[in-house]
Design a protein around this ligand. Structure first.
Ligand code: HEC
Length: 706
């Protein structure tokens, strides 16, 4: 496409974005309008046979089995050096971007931060419409991990998006206008939606997040035409005095002690939902318990079903069918909400229908997709919390040395809560037989926080001050570790090859022509590898944070590759970052505009007036109330401000305007009024000043490859 046209399009979208609001944009091209009018006629039979239409990408994971395997073959190791940018589109927010676009009948539907949705002509990049659900900025502080959205679903002329504030919205695929909107959560509680809905047999399935807060998890099904709730499955029991919703809850309640329902219990299905047409089961990944601290949650022990489990329910009725609990009585935030990939795999000469998951715990699990029986459980990164699984019982042998609830001081657990693998998409190639996992080695020291957590959080765990545990004699666990692309033999449970990358993990896509697409977060690069050997064959600088998985589609005989980038750049929120949809094809000649200067505010702390004791107290409060967003010791590595560099450290008054006065609540910085006292915020500021002084002499920040 000529550069001028591209410019016009991106200017147009910038203009529309600047006007904001929920509008059906004037389409710059009449033929694009026409495409929109006939699009998104997605039916059950199309979805069931999605592998027969490799030119489309009709559901989040590519097909129902969530393999992120594209049947397209045009882009190969031999011609990939000609892969260039066909077009790109700027998003109107630079918050975190985690979505995988869908492409149906010539139109791309893609969600972005704040649950906004855009539709583009997939060939030209012309904007067809933009939708903004207008989430109140205050909701921004209700989640742990930014106002991200991972994707939309499409069915019978409608596009479905789960909105951060708990709504599920159906849009007219041709115009972007709301058809219906249903509130799926109690907005007085801190529920959020970041995951992509799935659709099957006229029902839309959606979960939610919030296990860092007072929370009880559930997944619901809504009628795709009307938005009426069809069923809801709670992932753990409520107060027995209120009666149980079903037999599964009655069974699960026997595995809890104390008054878990008062603190919610946790169990979010904030990401993984897989519909399996072969069994008509909906497989849901269930998160960790809340509070994280298992003793605070269920004081006399118990497995705490269905936390950290894969649960299968009848997709028509929501009736419980089976579950496999990966970690009973879990306490490290090793949730089981990571992608569940279904495949038919030969094992000892017989083809088995299996479900596979590689979780934050560092373990890869393969279960029988019809019964939930555990078939393989092996670690894919170093772990210290277990010595392994008993395949007969399906239970891990937990290493008490990693259980901080059995200790006075800090205990290191490996991996840490960022996990060995989180939401970043995996891919499975039936051709190579390998599962591609974006893996990360990590660890952290956990310390019990006996009197609950300050602020909104519900963890009963502290992460500040535990660092000394790494220097204890006998500790062999490193503080950090590598980010890796692992090509995993799913039956042997071991790596066939691996490539070390850096920075945050990047999602995977694998194609029928033996190409694996992923990237390097620190270098801000898309990358491609030979799927069978791991040999790198391509890279492209994306000028932004990169984490989402890519997808492929085909129009007029040309294969396109689409990748969402943005947010989460190393160096955090003070560094410029772009949020864009990038679309590539062979011979693509479009160019990104030059990268803006990469700058950061300096460390300029005022003099310290607090005592060492006050600083330590401030660190504890910070660890419980702020670290989850602003990072360990204020050194945010995500989109959130690096508080050590904040000019607001200059005075308590300036600091408290934000922290207690809530003047940034529209931007996602909640007010801690009523949750922290002025004395406590003064201690937090003293701690931050201490961290800023310590950082001032640290080596200068080096911008990554641009
Ligand atoms: C849920 C995530 C979240 C939590 C928890 C959180 N913050 Fe923030 N904070 C943000 C975001 C997002 C911003 C950026 C807002 C903006 O764009 O202006 C921010 C901005 C700030 C700023 C302004 C920095 C600047 O220079 O612009 C201060 C100060 C701050 N936070 C302090 C705190 C303190 C202290 C705590 C704990 C008591 C805390 N925050 C907890 C998300 C969070």
């Amino acid at each position: 496409m000529p550069k001028t046209r591209l410019l016009v399009i991106s200017m147009l979208s910038a203009l529309l974005a600047a006007c904001g609001g929920n509008k059906s944009a004037t389409a710059p091209e009449a033929d694009a309008q026409k495409a929109a009018a006939v699009t998104a006629k997605v039916t059950q039979s199309r979805l069931n046979n999605a592998d027969k239409e490799p030119g489309q990408w009709m559901t989040y994971g590519g097909t129902y089995n969530e393999q992120r395997f594209s049947g397209l073959k045009q882009i190969t190791a031999d011609n990939i050096k000609e892969l260039g940018l066909a077009w790109f589109a700027d998003f109107d927010t630079n918050r975190g971007q985690e979505s995988t676009p869908l492409m149906v009948d010539g139109v791309i539907y893609v969600s972005q931060a704040w649950s906004k949705v855009n539709a583009y002509d997939a060939k030209t990049g012309a904007v067809l419409w933009q939708y903004d659900p207008k989430v109140s900025g205050e909701f921004g502080a209700r989640g742990c991990c930014d106002v991200v959205n991972r994707g939309v679903a499409v069915w019978n002329g409608k596009v479905y998006v789960g909105v951060y504030d708990g709504r599920l919205v159906a849009l007219d695929a041709a115009t972007g206008k709301e058809v219906w909107s249903t509130l799926t959560t109690d907005q007085s509680k801190f529920y959020t939606i970041t995951g992509a809905p799935r659709v099957a047999n006229g029902k839309v399935f959606i979960g939610n997040g919030g296990a860092e807060y007072i929370y009880r998890g559930y997944v619901s099904a809504y009628d795709a035409e009307t938005g009426k709730q069809v069923w809801r499955f709670y992932t753990l029991p409520g107060n027995p005095a209120d009666g149980f919703e079903n037999k599964a809850m009655e069974m699960a309640a026997k595995t809890w002690t104390g008054k878990w329902w008062e603190k919610g219990g946790g169990g979010s299905t904030w990401d993984a939902i897989t519909y399996d047409p072969k069994t008509n089961l909906l497989l849901m990944g269930v998160g960790n318990g809340a509070p994280w601290n298992s003793k605070a949650r269920s004081p006399d022990g118990g497995d705490n079903l269905f936390t950290v489990s894969i649960v299968a329910v009848d997709a028509d009725t929501g009736e419980y069918k089976w579950h496999y609990q990966e970690i009973p009585s879990e306490e490290w935030d090793y949730d089981a909400v990571q992608q569940i990939t279904v495949a038919d795999i030969p094992i000892n000469g017989t083809t088995r229908h299996v479900a596979m998951q590689a979780t934050k715990s560092g373990y890869y699990y393969m279960v029988d997709a019809t019964t939930g029986q555990l078939l393989v459980a092996n670690n894919f990164v170093p772990v210290n919390w277990t010595s392994g699984y008993d395949l007969a019982t399906g239970r891990p042998v937990i290493n008490d040395a990693a259980r901080y609830t059995k200790a006075e001081g800090p205990r290191i657990a490996q991996p840490g809560p960022v996990g060995a693998h989180s939401w970043h998409s995996m891919a499975f190639s039936p051709n190579t037989g390998l599962l591609y996992i974006p893996a990360r080695e990590s660890s952290i020291a956990y310390t019990v926080m006996p009197n609950g957590s300050p602020g909104n959080f519900n963890l009963n765990v502290n992460f500040t001050g535990g660092d000394k545990a790494y220097d204890e004699p006998g500790n062999k666990i490193p503080r950090g570790g590598d980010t890796k692309i692992l090509a995993w033999d799913p039956v042997q449970g071991k790596a066939a090859w691996s490539v070390v990358t850096a920075g945050s993990a990047v999602g995977m896509q694998v194609t029928a022509s033996n190409v694996l697409f992923s990237g390097n977060g620190a270098k801000r690069e898309m990358q491609a590898f030979k799927a069978d050997t791991g040999e790198q064959i391509w890279s492209y600088p994306v000028q932004a944070g990169i984490a989402a998985g890519s997808m492929s589609y085909e129009i007029d005989g040309e294969q396109y590759l689409a990748q969402v980038v943005g947010g989460g750049g190393p160096g955090g929120y003070y560094a410029p970052t772009y949020a864009r949809l990038l679309v590539f094809k062979l011979g693509g000649k479009a160019q990104l505009p030059p990268n803006a200067e990469y700058t950061q505010a300096p460390f300029a702390p005022p003099a310290q007036t607090a005592t060492a004791d006050e600083v330590a107290k401030g660190g504890t409060i910070y660890g419980g109330a702020c670290a989850i967003c602003h990072g360990d010791g204020g050194a945010s590595r995500g989109m959130f401000p690096d508080l050590r560099r904040s000019p607001l450290l200059v005075s308590q008054q300036a600091f408290d305007q934000v922290v207690l006065g809530g003047i940034r609540k529209d931007k996602g910085m909640t007010s801690f009024e009523g949750k922290l006292t002025a004395e406590e915020t003064a201690l937090v500021r003293a701690y931050m000043v201490d961290r800023a002084i310590a950082a001032k002499n640290a080596p200068a920040f080096a911008p990554p490859g641009q």
